[in-house]
Write a protein that binds this ligand. Sequence first.
Ligand SMILES: Cc1ncc(COP(=O)(O)O)c(C=O)c1O
Length: 450
Amino acid sequence: MTHLLPSEWSDRVAFDLAHVWHPFTQMKEHLEEPPIPVVGAEGVDLLLGDGRRVFDGISSWWCNLHGHGHPRILGALERQGAKLDHVMFAGFTHEPALELVARLRPRLPKALTRCFFSDNGSTAVEVALKMAFQAQIQQGRANRTRFGALREGYHGDTLGAVGVGELDNWLTGVFRPLLLHCDRFAVPEDPRREVVGEADASLDTARAGVKAFFEAHGETMAAFVAEPLVQGAGGMRFWAPEILQEIRSQCDRFDIYLILDEVMTGFGRTGTFLALDQCGVVPDFLCLSKGLTNGTLPLSLTWTTDAVYQHFWGDYTQWRTFFHGHTFTANPLACAVACASLSLFDEEPVMARAQALAATMRKGWEGLSGHPAVRRARTLGCIAACQIVDPATGQPHPVEERFGWAFHRRALDHGLLVRPMGDCLYLMPPLATPPARVQEVIETLAKLLD
Ligand SMILES: Cc1ncc(COP(=O)(O)O)c(C=O)c1O
């Protein structure tokens, strides 16, 4: 299907190609398939420059919860803009930041009493890594110079965050000489999340692996970092809460801080407000971003405990201060928008709706699981994922075919924005998506796979 851009947009796209460098993009591919102008958004849909309306099937990079252009959120932005747009947060404070902390605190584990602001998921993780390291040093543990993490993890693109993400792949391998020292182990996927077959999760073997890992590395790690329940960018790998519990107890045994990165899983995605609510685990650090502002403005938070905070307390010349801050730390507009998003959780049945959506997604995914191109269909809350194979061979499509990319472009013609990661096709719609709509979307996916 050919979609023609109005002529003014053709010029703008040429301008883009001449000057802009897009994220996660081999720009050469844009010569053949240029970036697609988005000219608006309404509810759970994006409006493209060529007139197409597409369903935002991945919540605009895993951010959107309540739909685009939500009047409560835009209203809060406008009201805050009229009062205070930005001010430095070192030595100053303001109401939207305080309201945000007050609104969020009751939804977090009680032990998380301190909140540090930054402005994206990667920096939320950087803050946690640096705080954990410095807290260890300030307790006299100068040997804690390494970190621990899961294989296939993803925590962002700044060097610290890359250093604790999966290392041996195309995304990060090139930076190896520059990175933090990190030891990793692989965590098995949790077969209980799959829509067919409830195989044994082999939890005992996995737990024994965790113990062995900590026995080997426990004395040198400052902190261990993980995405609870779902390794998102690693390919929507759902893993067992029991393994996280074992990691927590090993961290306690060796005085290692546990950092939970809920940048993607936070704010209802997994069926509970936080993924950790399903895990029975309290971290020493919690990183939040993405859904925090409904994706309207950049903002992130790193929460920690009073025990950690106390290691930074002292006279100025004791040099225990956490010397870290970003220009847009606690930007008032972003905080006001986050408050508006949280107020929707307080005043509307957002989580009940999310659970209804999750049930419909699970049912739809059960139907999809029989498709010959689909393997390992699985869901968790409002995240549904599967592996796409070539039905002729039962194997994933070769990388050179760029199957995921082609599928993405094709899906747009059918009113659907999905962006498979390699052979992993997934849906992560806004929580506000009407269940009937997601049912239609899954039917469209099945047709596309045909
Ligand atoms: C779990 C997780 N952590 C951190 C990040 C990085 O967030 P940002 O892209 O806002 O830096 C992401 C982004 O996808 C993520 O999924």
